[in-house]
Design a protein around this ligand. Sequence first.
Ligand code: MG
Ligand code: ZN
Length: 436
Amino acid sequence: MQVVILAGGRGTRLGEHAQTIPKPMVAIGERPNLEHQILLAQRHGFTNVLLLVSHLSERIESHFGGGERFGVKISYCAEDPPLGTAGALRHASQLLEDRFLVLYGDIFIDCDLARLWAHHVDSRALATLVVHPNDHPDDSDLVETDADGRISAIYPKPRPENQYLPNSVNAGVAVIEREILAMIPPGQHLDLARDIFPALARNGRLRAYHSAEYFKDFGTPDRLAHVRSDFESGKTARLSRSHARPAVFLDRDGVINKDVSHLSNPAQMELIAGAAESIRRLNQAGYLVIVVTNQPVVARGECSLDALRLIHSKMETLLGRERAWIDALYFCPHHPDKGFAGEVPELKFDCMCRKPKTGMFDQAVRDWNVSLAGSYCVGDSRRDIVAARRMGIVPVGVRTGSACLDCDALDLPDWLADDLRGAVEIILASSGSAQS
Ligand SMILES: [Mg+2]
Ligand SMILES: [Zn+2]
């Protein structure tokens, strides 16, 4: 398998850190970033490495040579002048295999690349982009995906204040089919994200791979300091999907947002005070934050799937403005009782996902390699508490929303907090963080 690394970047904004070396050669721990990437790729079975170089390329070639030291075969392709990410690929077309992984050399990455590759192969897309939530979505280009994982649109920044989008940021890692080279005219300065991917999205041939792993650009001295400290503390490796991580499962209505009966309109989505800050603390402690929510309003015909998507996009936008994110969201659109005007008959059945059943939790565990040991569930009703018990994770009740008033003596939560803030206080005090 082939990995192509875009290593032509200049570290203009990195000042003294990259004056005499190309940006991908900046050290993280004891190795240049590019060496981390090559070793990561090699561990996942990529032994053919193509480096697209320009600025100070001799520094790269003298360090890596033919790659023998790293267990890979390295070739180089130099562009002068720089052609942008798509232009550089076109320029290197003679050296590209039919399918290749692309990494940006100025991003620190710890990701299960083999799983990403397999996901792409199964999808028949022309390209698969890794997307992830970050703590500054308003300042990032965002992608929107449909229920099948196809990217339906890309929204570059800046965007209007009232445009609500999911917190799905292009992470700078993609698997690409050679076929797309036909879309790139030779000799032009063209950018994959700006000039090529939007057209693929319009044709339905671009897919997203959602990840909660570590991807961070180190383009400013501040960010570089961050990445270095995350690497030294072991955080970058801990977030890798190859390690099971504990999760905090959150109910939605009455826990994150104010409970209005039958919420069906984005205007009704309002965060409970302190919810964003609490979720941010869970993010920073290394927990997966996973929302599991019953939304029978869909089966009742009161809220379309499009409206629900917009409601969740608004929630993610509001959280993102306070630097908080959720890693995944599962909803149950079903309801068991038939016979009401306006209902959606095909969603009216006794499903396996409606809490207190555990279908959404089970799916999340499979999707995200969740460690149930050390995981929690925060909810405001008996269904949440019972589901948590069935999963063998710690239920924490809150007094917001339905306030767990429907819990009888047998179904009491382990803890009852005033609100999500109190619940997170309890979680962090009893476990410190998800780092164990
Ligand atoms: Mg609730
Ligand atoms: Zn369901």
